[in-house]
Write a protein that binds this ligand. Structure first.
Ligand SMILES: [Zn+2]
Length: 249
């Protein structure tokens, strides 16, 4: 009768020990660490394999062997176990998704239109919020508060017709009259860097980040500057400028 290891490979001519109903074959596995070479690219001990001590094999052990029928039975049991596990996992995933869906429904009832508004916005902040919502079906109170505030600001700007627009042509120099809304300075590997968030006369957001301090917060300054980029941050269009030259303070 042909016998097999649990892996399904035939035992060949190996000697079989019998212990009651069990049958074993003594195997001496070759060392996986050094591939049976006994040495490898290791610094200490002249490269001697630390797993097998240089002999290339691991300690002998008894492995159970099976006839074809017993092996088929084992495999069927394993397949059944795998199927049960997969079904359980699928059920758990479905239950988790149902929970998220229920939470989302509740959230949308409490905050009508908020998530639709978030999904329609561009920018990493909104994308990250939408992603979190898809995962959890809800948002934190702090997130809701922040979003509601931004949405109100959006609505107010739209109502006044002062929603920030991009200014000028990218690459061109333009004369801009800027009121500084926010200034921050920080050390960088290039020295002190000034960040200015400004508004031009049309209420459009203009940002300058660089080595020059333009003006203090609340002050107005006239500059000639090159438009570096037309961007957007938290849903507000902003124009990034570089190389500003102060014309009048
Ligand atoms: Zn080894």
């Amino acid at each position: 009768m042909e016998l097999f290891f649990r892996s399904g490979s035939p035992i060949g001519t190996a000697r079989v020990h019998v212990d009651g109903a069990r049958r074993f074959v003594t195997v001496q596995p070759s060392c996986g660490k050094c591939g049976g070479m006994g040495v490898g690219p290791w610094r200490q001990d002249g490269g001697r394999c630390y797993q097998c001590g240089g002999c290339g094999v691991l300690p002998a052990r008894n492995e159970k062997v099976y006839d074809a029928e017993a092996l088929a039975k084992l495999r069927a049991t394993q397949a059944k176990r795998d199927a049960t596990k997969a079904a359980k996992q699928a059920a758990a995933e479905a239950a988790a998704q149902a929970k998220v869906d229920a939470a989302a429904e509740q959230f949308n009832a409490a905050n009508p239109g908020l998530i639709d508004w978030v999904r329609a916005k561009r920018g990493g902040f909104f994308e990250s919020i939408a992603e979190q919502f898809a995962k959890r079906g809800t948002l934190s109170d702090a997130q809701v508060t922040a979003l509601v505030r931004i949405r109100e600001q959006d609505a107010a700007r739209a109502a006044q017709g002062t929603e920030s627009q991009h200014v000028g042509v990218v690459g061109d120099r333009h004369r801009l009259v800027l009121r500084v809304r926010l200034v921050r300075s920080f050390e960088s590997m290039y020295g002190l860097i000034w960040l200015h968030v400004c508004e031009d006369e049309g209420g459009n957001v203009v940002v300058y980040k660089g080595s020059k301090e333009l003006a203090a917060r609340g002050e107005t300054v006239t500059v000639d500057a090159t438009v570096a980029e037309h961007g957007e941050r938290e849903g507000v269009r902003q124009t990034i400028v570089k190389r500003p030259k102060i014309v009048a303070a």
